[in-house]
Design a protein around this ligand. Sequence first.
Ligand code: NCD
Length: 459
Amino acid sequence: MIADYQNAPILLAGGRVIDPANGRDGVFDLLIANGEIKAIDRNIPAETLADGARVIPADGMVVSPGFIDIHAHLREPGYEYKETIATGAAAAARGGFTTICAMPNTDPAIDNAAVVDYVTSRAATVPARVRVIGCVTKQRAGRELADMEELLTAGVVAFSDDGDPVYDAGLMRLALTYSRDLGVPISNHCEDHELCPCGVMAEGWVSSRLGLAGIPAVAEEAMVARDISLAELTGGRLHLAHLSSAGSVALVRQAKERGIAVTAEVCPHHLLLTDAWALGGKGDPNVAAGPMAYDTYTKVYPPLRTDADVAACVAGLADGTIDCVATDHAPHELVSKECTYHDAAFGISVLETALGTLMSAVHNGNVSLPTMIERLTTGPAGVLGNGLSQYAALTPGTPADLTLFDPNAAWTVDVNQFASMGRNTPLNGVELRGRVAATMVAGRVVFEEPALLNKGDVA
Ligand code: NCD
């Protein structure tokens, strides 16, 4: 966690401030001092600032609360060759995320207070706020519940065995029952691998053409349906991680209509990419693949699916069926992707491409910009509760966690520029529109893009 501290005041001048928590959307000046948002006004004259204050012209840019990611794999402890908390936090800063939640599929898994303490201490000086998610079951083995109370006391903000589902319905029932009393959600990775023991991509015409074992959408939907029933039974706090299919979105919509307490997230890649990307032509099904007849960088849990699934996920995000975007940032080392599709690891490095990917849905007119920002700020803060809402609003007197971005800037993804150690993305070389110009945590600039901020000045 970043400590609030004294810093030279910063005036963000003339940006479009979009702050869903406060219902604000308009051109404002925003003054930051002592780590806090000091003032938001139509006009804060630069002459009124203390000497040494920095003025950042923000015309044409959007100023929003810092993005909150409730699903990131930071790999520490145990897999520091894939990512560390420090490199993951640097990637978050480049991506406009000011708070990230670390998933517990580490080695050792985060299933007791000592590991929570370790992660928390490693996160003390990194350029993002890091919150910790604890395991549902001991060692994520799915046999016995972890000591949830111990984990909660140590500071976890949610429970998840992500990477694997909680298969045992009885254990899931128990976990949901406890979640109700503990006030912390269970985030389940809904995917029944019994339906697809060797599956590596979505089951469909692309998997048939490539001769790869498929994962049917029902592998996700069957468990989503089970979990919704268990949430209804227990009154527990169910959160559905990385939903990817039209059927899942429909199930959540029905559940919410029936008043069941369920929340859900979607990932940027499931809002843009389809299984056709596995062919290696960056989504063009007519383009032949390179030397390998597929792109292993598209391999991810849950798998990329069809256009109809993408459209349903986008629509669900737009209408509020889906509460938030979460990255499922899953960095991997080179060799685990430069291999056969079957051998390749599941996962995409997402933090640094998330905004550009999400902006496609905004530029296409399918999600409004304020709604997208809501799903990146108050949406995820609301899923977790746990006091994150103070970081999801641009309210004077609260910590200055914010993101400045150019919604129209076109840029080409270059994994060599990533701060993340995980360069595993099928978007490498792809042009996206929408780029982070600066990220601030507690009033400190933790990332800035000189190409977009070249007008910065000292008063
Ligand atoms: C995640 C990982 O690598 O930790 N991989 C992924 O494909 N999303 C785990 C997971 O969510 O399955």
